[in-house]
Design a binder for this molecule. Structure first.
Ligand code: AGP
Length: 590
């Protein structure tokens, strides 16, 4: 899931524009970055590429040019080194490629090219494509050579290729996203439409097995298999450029945590009609499946409890990467509700495509309009959480749950009850975000930051809350955390609890309270340090965080506590919560 940006047009500082475009895409991958440019009136390609985040780097030392392209990398093949960063060049430095995805069959092709004398300098799969292009373009025009080479690639990929012989950006995609931006005597390419917003709102989302040839004054779209011309269905993005960066916050994650009360209040009022409409779709389905990955999967799991509790309706839950292995029973009456913040997660896209092949209908809940999942779906719901930049998902998660609360209530005709419950959650979140509560949660972080393991338990709706809590802690503070169904403790995990082990226990004001208390007592009896997250204190808590009751929406303020705890742990460890190691915001590889 790398960031890709390309420019061809009237400006002769294309390299600066590309560099800025990469900055807005850095959340997609930030192991390393690189910018290439063909200097004015020259037929060479000059490249600057570096490991590490773009941060305060610059491209002032690159020559100016009107054709430029850049890449932020999340390493798949080959370590994180300057040499492995993109763009990659051919033997003579006349062809360059940037790539997002996995060139699955590169090894055999690389061996053949090595035998032909090609010199490789990196460990990447991508560099094979550059030398393959160098080879084929000896016999074919460059754009045709890109098509021939791309058709030899197996796997899910998006590539941009340039040659010093043509003033063109040539791109092709199968699986990984690519968006074209149309300007006046200039055209753009990016892996995410939001990066184009400062320059144009007129875009075309390249579809699988399509390729694009961008000149400064013309864009041609072809079918990559048949070379047949395609008339692009241009769209006007009605998005506003996300105002401001982090504002008064040091990190996007904290900014996005504090945006949640307003977002949930907006969903409560604006999401009701969408929920009522989609409830009809769900009612007509025979067999409904909630599917998501990571944090989105925990929203799906919460949804299965909400549909059961509020609508007395059975919906199945599946993790996105697993769903594809258990969907043989799907048919034309099935409905898959696919939930994804980015709408680009490969694990979800793959499963949804398989479900579509079995004639199932797809209802997606995504945060990015125009994303691949959004365009794949028969019915679409928008989370409306605003662009989420921190890798650790916060407002998108609570937004997902909020829409599921409205959906579940709509199924039994009670959307107003759902709205009321969400407004209770807003009040509870504001309490959790109050200065006294923040201080308490930060102090808790100080008490457990040195621990190696944290355990989190919950039942019912607080079970997905426990899983989400553990993920937040793991993915940004790198402290091992495990979320558990409280009832499972005595079936094994209790063996792990020893004196001082931090045990976070969710005890909402519902039918699970008593049983959860028993779970907390079991851990305390083994020396665990009990952190009670509840509407009221209890003597067995060694530490208590107050979360006012919000009925079936209590999971929302509960998870805000978890987000803050993870954030404060990360701060105390001097880490970056927006760009944690090894991760990226959108996982567009399998
Ligand atoms: C969440 O904090 C993680 N970054 C990750 O689990 C994420 O939720 C997952 O990759 C799914 O992303 P999506 O919602 O964009 O599909």
């Amino acid at each position: 899931m790398c960031g890709i940006f390309g420019y061809v047009g009237k400006r002769n500082d294309g390299q600066k524009l590309v560099f800025n475009g990469l900055k807005s895409l850095e959340y997609r991958g930030y192991d390393s970055w690189g910018v290439g440019v063909i200097p004015e009136k020259k037929n060479t390609i000059v490249v600057k590429k570096k490991t590490g985040k773009i941060g305060n780097a610059n491209v002032n030392d690159l020559p100016g040019g009107s054709l430029s392209f850049g890449h932020t990398r999340w390493a798949t093949h080959g370590g994180v080194t300057d040499q492995n960063a993109h763009p990659h060049l051919d033997c003579n430095g006349e062809i360059a490629v940037i790539h997002n995805g996995i060139f699955e069959n590169y090894e055999g092709i690389k061996q053949k090219l090595l035998k032909k004398g090609h010199k490789f300098v990196s460990e990447t799969d991508t560099e094979t494509l550059t030398h393959l292009l160098e080879d084929i373009s000896k016999k074919e025009p460059f754009t045709e050579a890109v098509r021939t080479a791309f058709n030899q690639m197996e796997g899910l990929n998006a590539v941009i290729a340039v040659s010093t012989k043509e003033n063109l950006l040539v791109a092709a995609r199968n699986g990984s996203p690519l968006v074209i931006g149309f300007g006046k005597n200039e055209n753009f390419l990016a892996s995410d439409a939001s990066a184009l917003l400062p320059y144009t709102k007129e875009v075309y989302f390249l579809e699988d097995n399509e390729m694009a040839i961008l000149a400064s004054d013309k864009v041609t779209i072809l079918n990559v298999k048949t070379a047949r011309k395609i008339i692009p269905d241009r769209r006007k993005l009605d998005w506003r450029v996300e105002q401001g960066g982090k504002g008064k916050y040091e990190f996007y994650m904290l900014k996005e945590i504090f945006e949640q009360p307003q977002i949930i209040a907006d969903i409560a009022s604006l999401g009701a009609s969408q929920a009522k409409e989609m409830a009809k779709i769900i009612r007509e389905a025979r067999g409904t499946y909630l599917v998501g990955c990571g944090t989105a999967s925990y929203a799906c799991l919460a949804g299965s409890y909400l549909f059961s509790k509020l609508a007395k309706r059975h919906v199945n839950f599946a993790i996105g990467s697993e769903f594809g292995y258990s969907l043989d029973f799907l048919n034309k009456d099935s409905l898959v509700i696919a939930i994804s913040q980015s709408g680009e997660t490969m694990d979800i896209l793959e499963s949804v495509k398989k479900a579509k092949n079995r004639d199932a209908k797809i209802l997606s809940l995504v945060n990015v309009p125009g994303s691949s999942l959004y365009r794949l779906s028969d019915h679409k719901m928008l989370i409306m959480a605003g662009q989420e930049k921190a890798v650790a998902s916060t407002k998108a998660f609570t937004g997902m749950v909020a829409h599921l609360v409205l959906l579940a209530n709509s199924l039994n005709g009670g959307v107003r009850k759902g709205q009321k419950s969400l407004m209770q959650a807003v009040g509870s979140m504001k309490h959790v975000l109050s200065p006294g509560s923040l201080k308490k949660i930060d102090k808790l972080a100080g008490l457990i930051v040195g621990k190696k393991h944290v355990y989190v338990i919950g039942r019912g709706l607080s079970y997905p809350a426990s899983l989400e809590t553990a993920l937040k802690i793991k993915e940004i503070s790198y402290i091992h955390a495990e979320g558990l169904a409280a009832g499972e403790l005595k079936h094994g995990p209790l063996a792990l609890i020893e004196k001082g082990t931090p045990c976070i226990s969710f005890l909402p004001n519902d039918e699970t309270y008593g049983a959860n208390l028993a779970g907390a007592m079991e851990m305390r009896a083994r020396g665990g340090f009990i952190i009670g997250i509840s509407h009221k204190p209890h003597e067995i808590f060694d530490y208590y965080i107050n979360v006012p009751d919000a009925g079936e929406s209590t999971i929302i303020p509960e998870v805000v506590v978890a987000q803050l705890l993870a954030y404060y742990l990360t701060m105390r460890k001097g880490l970056d919560p927006d760009k944690p190691r090894n991760l990226a915001k959108s996982v567009t590889v399998k």
